[in-house]
Design a protein around this ligand. Structure first.
Ligand SMILES: C[S@@+](CC[C@H](N)C(=O)[O-])C[C@H]1O[C@@H](n2cnc3c(N)ncnc32)[C@H](O)[C@@H]1O
Length: 301
């Protein structure tokens, strides 16, 4: 079994810095979340806002230090100083797995890009194995990931951003809410959307972009609102096209805010969240050990 050591209150590389041990409610100690492939911090923002320490790792933060491909136990502990984490959240690049790029799979298989992408997913699974967090989750859109990295198994949960759009209702004005309802029929009526209207669809998460989650976590509570069709393919994301550089790529991989909030609410270390996980990882390990000890004692009698 791993030796798990609590880190001190010192800042770690990539820590968002939004949480602080002093700000956190006295009755619950702050947790440490290792967030892999996390440039924007959108998925983990509700955890950071609740006072937890979020260690954001992404090559765009530091191409040398944050290259997940070269992570090892020694590297994580001795170079990054990450001795303990309570949760792991990961959103590895989907470019080489997504169904949208299926026409390039054969060439990517032969030039090593598929293997390199699979290695990054396996690095995430190795982190899970090493840290044994209370919960972990890995996100990737519908595609061939479970075929390429077979050990990950089938996805635990699939969703579209509009499945959690109800989380964002409070931020919208009454006028925006009524515009959104009117917009539901605009595409069929042939009405064109302005940039501001597409932005409203995006902000309200009233769009589809099916993605999958793997891992050990509590499934967030659905608050679906009808998606708004803005172009022939359906989602505002298609309006960004497939080749318009890093800006478009980053916008397409944004974590929808409604989902991020609902995910945090379901996995916030409340008594209900811990019960849903089947206990914290230490409780699960202790229960397994007690069961093993009991079995050994029975055999020895
Ligand atoms: C699908 S995007 C996820 C973005 C995330 N949802 C966010 O909101 O920032 C994949 C991310 O993986 C990062 N990445 C790709 N290869 C990496 C590597 N070898 N080590 C660390 N990060 C990497 C990219 O920079 C990119 O930000």
């Amino acid at each position: 079994m791993l030796r798990r050591v609590r880190q001190g209150a010192r800042r770690r590389p990539g820590t968002s810095g939004r949480g602080s041990k002093l700000e956190y409610p006295a009755d619950m100690e702050p947790k440490t979340i290792l967030s892999l492939f996390d440039y924007s911090g959108q998925w983990t923002a509700p955890f950071a806002a609740a006072g937890h320490d979020v260690i954001m790792i992404d090559a765009k933060h530091d191409p040398e230090l944050h290259d997940i491909a070269k992570f090892s136990v020694e590297y994580l502990i001795e170079v990054l100083g990450i001795e303990w984490v309570d949760a792991i959240i990961a959103a590895p690049d989907c470019t080489h797995f997504t169904n949208a790029g299926a026409q390039y799979w054969r060439i990517k298989d032969s030039d090593g890009r598929t293997a390199a992408a699979a290695h990054l997913v396996r690095q995430t699974l190795r982190c899970v194995e090493f840290y044994k967090p209370d919960f972990w989750v890995l996100e990737n859109p519908v595609g061939r990931l479970p075929k390429v990295v077979a050990e990950i198994g089938p996805a635990t949960f699939r969703f579209d951003p509009c499945d959690f759009a109800g989380e964002l209702g409070r931020e919208l004005t009454a006028a925006e809410i009524s515009t959104l309802e009117e917009m539901l029929s605009w595409f069929e009526l042939g009405r064109k959307f302005t940039a501001a209207e597409i932005d409203l669809v995006k902000r309200s998460n009233r769009y589809t972009k099916r993605t999958c989650l793997w891992g050990h976590f509590n499934v967030p509570t659905i608050s679906r609102r009808e998606p708004i069709r803005v172009c022939a393919q359906g989602s505002w994301l298609q309006r960004l096209g497939g080749t318009n550089g890093e800006g478009g790529k980053a916008a397409r991989s944004d974590t929808p805010e409604g989902f991020a909030r609902a995910f945090h609410a379901a996995n916030d270390w409340s008594a209900a969240a811990v019960k849903g996980w089947g206990g914290t990882s230490l409780e699960r390990i202790e229960a397994e050990e007690a069961e093993e000890t009991g079995l050994i004692e029975q055999l020895q009698r």
